[in-house]
Design a protein around this ligand. Structure first.
Ligand SMILES: Cc1cc2nc3c(=O)[nH]c(=O)nc-3n(C[C@H](O)[C@H](O)[C@H](O)COP(=O)(O)O)c2cc1C
Length: 204
């Protein structure tokens, strides 16, 4: 199994999403698998520039060298995504939604003709056949509750590019003190083990 592990927390030491996303990615990859890490804090993905948007909307055959240079990072991120059969994303909640670093990554990988296209006026996801795992952490909001705009958004955008097989490892209440954190960790331990076993049907 080939796993792409995406980190989007701006914390390094003590980051829950990094800790559990890494463990899940390694568990899913197993002995013979490979994990490729894309750390959006270590190497930030820029906001879309005007030149890049122009290049995105230019047909391949009309692209200049300068346009291709604008698309180079997007091409690299898309190739990294499509090379994986499993994607694990660590997703803390920032102001009710995903970190902006992760949104910038999405703006680079959701590209017409590369990860989606339109057929008969309907979108077709070109990244189908992959499985995504979201390691969702929150300080206080309820994961999948009315104030959680991150989980539903990620389900929508990953589904749009064809990744509809999606699992959520929910680790909440991290701002509610030691007891709450311990309970959230205990719950996560059970789910992560189940996810790893379910991700390897031959082990169950
Ligand atoms: C800038 C910022 C904004 C945050 N906004 C929210 C929020 O809207 N709702 C919430 O429940 N937690 C919020 N938190 C808490 C984080 O979601 C929580 O600490 C994080 O999920 C833990 O993941 P991490 O340890 O990997 O960073 C915020 C934290 C930061 C740094």
């Amino acid at each position: 199994m080939s796993v792409l592990l995406v980190h989007s927390s701006s914390r390094i030491a003590g980051s829950f999403s990094r800790e559990y996303a890494e463990r899940l990615a390694n568990g899913l990859a197993g002995e013979g698998g490979a994990v490729v890490t894309r750390d959006l804090l270590a190497t930030s993905v820029p906001h879309l520039s005007s030149a890049m948007v122009f290049a995105i909307f230019t047909p391949d055959e009309a692209l200049t060298e300068a346009d291709r240079a604008e698309l180079a990072l997007s091409d690299e991120l898309i190739a990294e995504l499509l090379a994986a059969d499993t994607i694990v994303i660590g997703v803390p909640t920032y102001n009710f939604t995903i970190p902006s670093s992760l949104k910038a990554w999405i703006d680079h990988v959701a590209r017409r003709g590369k990860t989606f296209r339109y057929k008969d006026n309907a979108p077709v996801g070109l990244a189908a056949g992959r499985t995504a795992y979201l390691v969702r952490t929150t300080g206080g909001i309820e994961i999948d509750g009315p104030m959680d705009f991150a989980t539903s958004y990620l389900k929508a955008i990953l589904g749009f590019i064809g990744i509809t097989d999606m699992h959520v490892l929910a680790i909440g209440k991290l701002a509610f003190g030691d007891e709450a954190v311990a309970a959230s960790r205990a719950a996560a331990e059970a789910v992560i083990s189940e996810m790893v076993v379910a991700g390897h049907p031959h082990m169950s």
